[in-house]
Design a protein around this ligand. Structure first.
Ligand SMILES: Cc1cc2nc3c(=O)[nH]c(=O)nc-3n(C[C@H](O)[C@H](O)[C@H](O)COP(=O)(O)OP(=O)(O)OC[C@H]3O[C@@H](n4cnc5c(N)ncnc54)[C@H](O)[C@@H]3O)c2cc1C
Length: 292
């Protein structure tokens, strides 16, 4: 909204959203369209001064509590996105319970049955939504997940660090056992590396660098994988305590898995980053050969 919203939309929503008086959610995923958003079936049909919205969205963070939802769909074959208010007639919101992690996210299923949406609620223009709006929004989502993983790694380090210095087994502190020290070393190194990648991505974004999108993806990919690996090791280090839901590392373990799926799964990051690194390497080699 800040980047592509109209003055009216900004005036109406931004202050309330940015001060937390109103909650917003972003609805892309559908039962039949997750990683492959081109499969989206939610539709908008033009009816004079307004549009009729039909379809279903799933796994929407804050969907159960949001005042306004940015709902992606198709107008003919053109991707579009409209702001939809929570009390719009025809909208049914069903909270989703029982998630592995991110339990405070108020996930929901949203069903739209002939919802009447005013023309002026469109953000951007038809054809714009999946190529500009969604990627732009995902950048913020990805850097947030990268930093959330960084926080999670720090939590693992602090909790495990103090535990291994105190806890004794076989006449020695856990830290004096080589295998435990190895876990701690890798956790600490990946924490430092994640911090550098996160900061480098933010700097690139602040400087409007053309590399910002890729750096954000690198940070999210590295951070979420490191979070999943080291939170599993943290549970191992803590023993039975790590397996109890009242101890933080068990929550870190559950949340970290979620971070490998949301905002573009690891596999989607591998596909995009793998091909980008290969293309860059080919360009570098070609330019060296030309200069040579
Ligand atoms: C806690 C949580 C919060 C969420 N919040 C939101 C939200 O606010 N808004 C929203 O719109 N969505 C949200 N989502 C949905 C999320 O964006 C999707 O779960 C994600 O995009 C993956 O889609 P999917 O679950 O349908 O998996 P699928 O797309 O069905 O993928 C299943 C598996 O196949 C893999 N895969 C897919 N394509 C390929 C390929 N080409 N090659 C190799 N492997 C592949 C994926 O990596 C994954 O491992 C949320 C999900 C969770 C768990």
């Amino acid at each position: 909204m800040l980047k592509w919203g109209t003055e009216e939309q900004k005036k109406h929503w931004l202050t309330d959203i940015s001060t937390g008086r109103k909650i917003a959610a972003l609805a892309l995923t559908e039962p039949g369209a997750g990683s492959d958003l081109q499969m989206m079936k939610t539709s908008y049909t033009e009816q004079g001064e307004y549009f009729l919205l039909n379809g279903k969205k799933q796994w929407i963070t804050f969907g159960a509590v949001a005042d306004v939802l940015l709902v992606f769909g198709k107008l003919g074959d053109k991707p579009v996105a409209f702001l939809v208010e929570k009390d719009t007639p025809g909208l049914t919101i069903t909270p989703i319970l029982g998630m592995l992690g991110f339990k405070a996210s108020h996930l929901a299923i949203l069903e739209f049955d002939n919802c009447v949406i005013p023309k002026e609620n469109m953000i951007g223009k038809p054809g714009f939504a999946l190529s500009y709006l969604a990627p732009y929004a995902l950048e913020f989502g990805r850097i947030s997940i990268a930093f959330a993983s960084l926080g999670l790694l720090r939590g693992c380090l602090e909790i495990c660090g103090s535990h291994v210095m105190e806890r004794k087994a076989f006449h020695a502190r856990l830290i004096d056992h080589g295998m435990i020290s190895h876990f701690m070393a890798d956790m600490g190194v990946d924490y430092e590396a994640t911090a550098h990648l996160c900061i480098s991505a933010c700097r690139a974004k602040d400087e409007h660098s053309p590399e910002a999108t890729e750096k954000i993806m690198i940070a999210k990919y590295f951070a979420s994988r490191a979070g999943a690996r080291h939170s599993a090791n943290a549970v191992q280090i803590m023993g039975a305590m790590g397996c109890n839901e009242h101890f933080s590392v068990s929550r870190f373990y559950r949340d970290s898995k979620t971070m490998e799926i949301v905002e573009g799964s690891n596999q989607i990051h591998q596909i995009i980053l793998g091909s980008s690194f290969a293309k860059k390497a080919r360009r570098t080699l070609a330019s060296v050969r030309t200069e040579g």
